[in-house]
Design a binder for this molecule. Structure first.
Ligand code: 5GP
Length: 177
């Protein structure tokens, strides 16, 4: 099978990153995770080059001018982007590429690539989403509010997606994706 792009989008806290990492862990020979670049500050336990490529705003903008990104978007005051080199590296190894991007990024990729499959991950309820966001200690009340408002707006884009998976039970959701 020709390697394709698997775009996973979800409100933060829906469990998308866990699903993406589990897929990579269990099927590492056939799928690879595209590590995004961001100007956001690393959370505790996040590692540069593993969770994200953490760039300064200057470095991000320089690479953006050099057209190194397949897509980029601004989210919560920070820049996020997919490096074309990441996608190429994974596809060159004959593996499908998992991309964890927001709805703006997903739209841009779909326009540029005809080999993208788009999956939207939903939390089982608004309460669960709130709980999961709160469990991330680093989230301030202002940040929480921004992320929740953003989540509600992102839901409007759900019709763009090929599949919707509800993350009620993690192992089931992984299997479905
Ligand atoms: P977080 O700060 O919680 O890691 O991510 C915030 C949002 O940015 C999430 O919706 C995530 O999917 C999105 N995101 C992460 N990487 C990228 C990327 O490379 N491009 C775009 N457009 N969004 C991204």
């Amino acid at each position: 099978m020709r390697p394709f792009l698997l775009i996973l989008s979800a409100p933060t806290g829906a469990g998308k990153t866990t699903i993406a990492r589990a897929l990579e862990g269990s099927r590492g020979d056939s799928v690879g995770f595209s590590i995004s670049a961001t100007t956001r500050v690393p959370r505790p336990l996040e590692r540069d080059g593993v969770d994200y490529h953490f760039f300064s705003r200057e470095e991000f903008e320089r690479r953006r001018s050099a057209e190194e990104f397949l897509e980029w978007a601004e989210y919560g005051g920070n820049l996020y982007g997919t490096l074309a080199s990441e996608v190429d590296r994974i596809q060159a190894a004959g593996r499908h590429v998992i991309l964890d991007v927001d709805v703006q990024g997903a739209r841009k990729i779909r326009k540029r690539r005809d080999d993208a499959v788009m999956v939207f991950i939903l939390p089982p309820s608004a309460e669960t989403l709130l709980e999961r966001l709160r469990d991330r200690g680093a989230v301030s009340p202002a940040d929480l509010r921004r992320r929740l408002e953003h989540a509600v707006r992102e839901l409007d884009a759900i019709g763009d997606y090929d599949y919707v998976v509800v993350n009620q039970e993690r192992s089931l959701a992984i299997q479905e994706v």
